[in-house]
Design a protein around this ligand. Structure first.
Ligand code: C2E
Ligand code: MG
Ligand code: MG
Ligand code: MG
Length: 292
């Protein structure tokens, strides 16, 4: 029952907020098992990252990568974030998961740079609960410090759900990040209730148009109108605009015609293992790089 679930949750220890209510509690026992396995999995190196290329549309070059977490569960095999991120958020396990992701993403990007590959920005997803935790700033500092990665090659992605929590606190933290040179992107733009509020308040570098607006571009004039408007809005605000979920050449051609700067999607590349990504990155040297 709910009290029992709460009791067990408290005894799981080290992170300190829990959002178990009477609705989620009945399924809570399996969920608690998953959290316990996740905590162990983090310690046992069962998590890994895949990297999805972000392409500058004009040059066709890779300018960034989004780091996406996966979990090789000892019995269930490979799990996608949709199967464990939410429970991690609700139990506080997201803090140690997020710390692992930050460290690994920074380490990998620095390793690519040290291998002589073109310098790109690595984007890391940060959930609202991580953003609320005081440790985020020091976790980010520590990931940069340990890896030796320059702050300007790290980007943090978050969603507008931060708006409905503490705006002032979120903005203050974002300004701290911007001050040290980290890039900030708003993810899944346009899907919530407060996209424009987020745009108005947050010190952003980049806006990522949610894939739901890209999916039906070929068939829906209204989606084309929305995407055109978001791209010009981003341009007016001096933001880099990324279209997410670009799967076809037609979608890409439309985005180019609207002067969208950057794309990310299966059309260019799916999320992939680090070694595969580095080969792809190695093939996209500029003529200048080759001359050097
Ligand atoms: P997101 O940040 O919006 O990431 C984009 C998702 O869309 C990824 O799913 C990616 O594989 C998928 N995607 C990319 N291109 C295409 C496309 O052309 N078509 C389609 N249909 N999908 C595409 P994934 O990897 O399953 O991640 C899902 C979500 O889980 C992410 O959405 C993000 O919100 C969350 N997530 C992933 N990694 C992390 C992490 O390290 N920390 C946190 N807090 N959240 C994460
Ligand atoms: Mg993202
Ligand atoms: Mg997204
Ligand atoms: Mg998302």
């Amino acid at each position: 029952n709910a009290d029992q679930a709460m009791f067990e949750a408290k005894n799981l220890g080290r992170d300190n907020f829990f959002i178990f209510d009477r609705e989620t509690a009945p399924a809570g026992v399996n969920r608690l098992k998953l959290v316990e396995e996740l905590r162990r999995g983090i310690d046992n190196n069962e998590l890994f990252l895949e990297y999805q290329p972000q392409i500058d549309l004009m040059s066709g070059r890779i300018v960034g990568a989004e780091a996406l977490v996966r979990w090789t569960h000892p019995e269930r095999g490979r799990l996608m974030p949709g199967e464990f991120i939410e429970i991690a958020e609700q139990t506080g396990a997201i803090i140690s998961l997020g710390r692992w992701v930050l460290n690994e993403a920074c380490r990998q990007n620095k390793a690519w740079q040290d291998a002589g590959l073109p310098h790109i920005t690595i984007a890391v997803n940060v959930s609202a609960n991580q953003f609320r935790d005081k440790a985020l700033l020091s976790d980010v500092f520590s990931a940069l410090d340990t890896s030796g990665l320059d702050a300007r090659y790290l980007e943090l992605e978050f969603t507008e759900s931060l708006v409905i929590q503490n705006v002032e606190q979120a903005v203050a933290l974002m300004e701290d990040f911007r001050r040290i040179g980290i890039h900030l992107a708003i993810d899944d733009f346009g899907t919530g209730y407060s996209s424009l509020v987020a745009l108005k308040n947050f010190p952003l570098n980049r806006l990522k148009i949610d894939q739901s607006f890209i999916r039906d571009l070929e068939y829906k004039e209204s989606d084309r109108a929305i995407v055109r408007a978001i791209i010009s809005l981003g341009r007016e605000l001096g933001l880099n605009v990324v279209a997410e979920g670009v799967e076809t050449a037609k979608q890409q051609a439309f985005l180019l015609s609207c002067r969208c700067e950057t794309t990310q999607g299966y059309h260019f590349g799916r999320p992939m293992a680090a070694d595969k990504f580095s080969k792809l990155l190695g093939m996209t040297r500029t003529p200048l790089d080759v001359a050097l």
